[in-house]
Design a protein around this ligand. Structure first.
Ligand SMILES: [Zn+2]
Length: 304
């Protein structure tokens, strides 16, 4: 395999390419840690190159700590950028980027709000143009695995839907430009796992710092179990790293002591999943329930 020039190498970064390369595309800072924190921690620990592309700075997010609620707009975006850096330090990820550069795309806010109409918001972005920025990253990193959301963005948030569209379009365009990503996964949670976790949560709720529980439909990406094709078990170490990364997003996430539950700004308790689940939507599954997202990608190659 011939090497493309890598103009974006950071000082001190060795030019040698890690054998296994994972690209994740997310909407806002915090989504990566909540959805994929254990997976990212595992693969960085194993020497894979993990690249995160975040599409917006989430500057319309509601802030949890009262002492930080004065942060809004660009100031909140800048703060969340620092939270993201702290989270990535917890996961050992040193390659994290903002799509098109910091501030290129604004947070679109929840579906149906007037913020969705702001021409600078990600929801209003031209998909091909945004995808072109991501293609540059794909051609540089040449990942064997891409992880993003399903076509509903997991739960219908405009920025998550748009992140899905941009990621899937970029995978197509990258193939035309010379790199076919062998495996593409969507974030999932098996319904039986979600239901069991919420049953436990309801029993343990009196001991948690949250008054109420969320419900299964609040969890992004829940599907019938048979659609789930891969699972990454964080074990104690990577689950702890995931919880620490989630804590780093303090404006958005509150993790309960014991690290088994957390809440967003709605203060509804939900499970912190130590195992992360995926549905393979491009590529050949290596077995019925894969335990390695890279399984079978040893012969990944450039498109002639
Ligand atoms: Zn989000």
């Amino acid at each position: 395999m011939t090497e493309l020039p890598s103009p974006n190498l950071r000082p001190g970064e060795p030019p040698a390419r890690a054998a296994r390369r994972l690209l994740l595309v997310h909407a806002h800072p915090d989504d990566e840690s909540i959805n994929n924190g254990a997976t990212m921690a595992r693969y960085t620990a194993e020497g894979a190159r993990v690249t995160l592309v975040t599409c917006t700075l989430g500057e319309l997010g509601e802030v949890i700590p009262p002492e930080l609620r004065h942060l809004t707009g660009a100031a909140l975006g800048e703060h969340r950028r620092r939270e993201l850096a702290a989270a990535m330090a917890e996961l050992g990820v040193d390659d994290f980027r903002l799509l098109g550069g910091a501030g290129r795309y604004g947070d679109s806010g929840m579906m149906g709000l007037p913020d969705n109409d702001d021409p600078a918001c990600f929801w209003r972005a031209d998909v091909d143009e945004a995808a072109a920025s991501l293609v540059e990253v794909i051609l540089e990193v040449r990942p064997q695995v891409l992880v993003t959301y399903d076509d509903d963005g997991g739960y219908g948030h405009p920025d998550h839907i748009q992140a899905h569209r941009v990621a899937m379009r970029a995978a197509e365009l990258a193939e035309d430009a010379g790199w076919r990503i062998p495996k593409v996964y969507w974030n999932r949670v098996p319904r039986s796992v979600a239901e069991a976790a919420f049953a436990r949560l309801r029993e343990e709720l009196p001991g948690l710092p949250f008054a109420k529980s969320a419900v299964v439909p609040d969890v992004p990406g829940v599907v019938d179990d048979d659609r789930v094709t891969a699972e990454i078990d964080g074990g104690p170490a990577y689950t702890a790293a995931k919880a620490a990364a989630m804590r780093a997003h303090a404006t958005q996430v509150e993790v309960a002591p014991g690290e088994r539950y957390f809440a967003l700004s709605n203060e509804l308790a939900q499970p912190l999943f130590p195992t992360e689940y995926y549905e393979l939507v491009r590529g050949e599954p290596a077995g019925k329930r894969e335990t390695d997202l890279f399984a079978g990608t040893g012969d990944a190659a450039e498109v002639a």
